[in-house]
Design a binder for this molecule. Structure first.
Ligand code: GDG
Length: 444
């Protein structure tokens, strides 16, 4: 069996084992347990400079890891700049948040070249190379320029916007032209594929993208949640909500996730359906991310204020409606929290897939399942017909969906859960990675 070389901006599993439990890592580890694997990427460290192109090698139980350190300048231009201040907002349809600086694009191209310089000496003749996400669009072309002839695949984890929007990016044709180096290009949904293919055609580039729906390991996550529900922290949470219904949100603190709109939706529930006051508690876990980017800091300030306002307005002396944590919690605890929640509230303004939605479904007790309230703009909405779909920018619509679930009978919750769980199993991580690699190997 050919060795698999995975390239992504960050390499999982470097520090603790639990870090390897994120969506992409789990998918790859479980789907290809029998293959030899090399995972290459940035170490997460910056150095005064210049970027190192001699990788550090580590062996963990399930893969060989190779990483390089980025110079502080490259980190600023490549990661903070072009990746997360230009491409991230643009790919999430947020052109008004999109910044553009020529020097950031130069750093983006330079880091992709540095990745290629560092990776080439580690390659074997018949490796399969699978490159992940928007940070590394030009990597395939940089590898080919250095004489790599093996099969190259690329997967975009985030959405692709309508072509007119993408074309607001200076030199967009050139960036898409770099995709020509890949043998297989995967995106999350058929809509993303249609948009990207239209943009590729407009740029006169020949390759075509196909959807491969990302997912989780449903059986493993269900087991984790069942066990975790008896753990210390989930029991403490259950005790502290004292029989109230729990509404749970879990997202990186990111403007694509619709957090302010979600809090307004919860406030609208309390305002318009006062019968639920003091009978429902919302918990939002929102680990801080990308705090070097100004818009993320502004979002955090906005949320701090909004949470204070909602609680100030609706709290009782013995009931806090909205609990908000910007810390991350261990994966196992998270699984136990999902299982306790009557409602999983997942309302991104735009999201490639959204694995939280699938994790929430897999974590439920089949005998007494909760219900997912999901944004119609998450990729997962295409997969999960049993969810209540909402337009996240309308707080009243979110409030109405919350009220519907809070008054839903057990039979309907079970029917919806069954439908969703079947879909989560069908679109598992193993199927996602397996079908992508089968295409890459040329057997499907
Ligand atoms: C990108 C695309 C696409 C979150 N908080 C904690 C925590 N998490 C874990 C969740 C889940 C993962 O992080 C988040 O995955 P999502 O898919 O929901 O969102 P992104 O991070 O934006 O991922 C997305 C995905 O790539 C895969 O293709 O679906 O559209 O944006 O696994 O559980 N984990 C722990 N503590 C936390 O506090 N341990």
């Amino acid at each position: 069996m050919r060795r698999l070389v995975i390239v992504s901006n960050r390499v999982p599993g470097l520090k603790e084992r639990s870090a390897a439990a994120g969506g992409l890592a789990v998918a790859v580890r479980d789907a290809m347990a029998r293959r030899r694997k090399l995972w290459f990427g940035w170490s997460g460290r910056t150095i005064p400079g210049p970027t190192r192109t001699v990788p550090s090698l580590t062996r963990v139980g399930w893969a060989d890891l190779a990483t390089i350190d980025l110079s502080e300048r490259d980190y600023a231009g490549f990661y903070i700049g072009f990746s997360n201040s230009t491409l991230w907002p643009l790919l999430h349809y947020r052109s008004s948040l999109t910044e553009y600086r020529r020097r950031d694009l130069a750093a983006y191209l330079a880091v992709n070249s540095a990745f290629a310089d560092a990776l080439v000496p580690l390659l074997e003749a018949d490796d399969l190379i699978w490159v992940h996400d928007y940070h590394l669009i030009p990597l395939g072309a940089a590898l080919k320029a250095r004489g790599v002839t093996t099969r190259l695949g690329f997967f975009l984890h985030v959405p692709f916007p309508p072509p007119e929007l993408f074309a607001t990016l200076p030199r967009w044709e050139e960036l898409l032209g770099a995709l020509d180096a890949y043998d297989v290009i995967g995106v999350q949904t058929s809509k993303d594929a249609a948009h990207l293919n239209e943009a590729l055609a407009a740029a006169g580039v020949a390759p075509r993208a196909e959807p491969f729906r990302a997912g989780i390991d449903p059986a493993a996550f269900a087991t984790l949640a069942r066990r975790a529900a008896r753990g210390r922290d989930p029991l403490r949470l259950a005790e502290s909500i004292g029989g109230r219904a729990l509404v749970l949100g879990v997202d990186r603190l990111d403007y694509s996730k619709g957090l302010p709109e979600r809090f307004l939706g919860f406030a609208a529930l309390l305002q318009r359906f006062p019968e639920h006051r003091a009978k429902v508690t919302m918990l939002q876990i929102a680990p801080i991310s990308r705090s070097e980017v100004a818009q993320y800091r502004a979002l955090r300030r906005e949320l701090d204020e909004l949470v204070g306002r909602v609680n100030g307005e609706y709290a009782e002396f013995d009931w806090t409606p909205l609990r908000y944590l910007t810390r991350s919690v261990p994966r196992q605890t998270l699984a136990g929290f999902y299982r306790l929640a009557r409602i999983g509230l997942v309302t991104p303004i735009r999201d490639g897939m959204n694995l939280v939605a699938k994790e929430y479904v897999a974590a439920q007790d089949p005998a007494d399942p909760g219900v997912l309230v999901l944004s119609r703009f998450a990729g997962a909405a295409e997969d999960l017909p049993g969810a209540l779909l909402v337009n996240p920018v309308d707080p009243d619509e979110t409030a109405e969906a919350l009220n519907t679930v809070l008054t839903m009978d057990l039979a309907e919750r079970q029917r919806r859960w069954q439908e969703m769980m079947t879909a989560v199993e069908r679109t598992s991580a193993a199927n996602w990675a397996g079908s992508f690699l089968a295409r890459l190997e040329g057997v499907a």
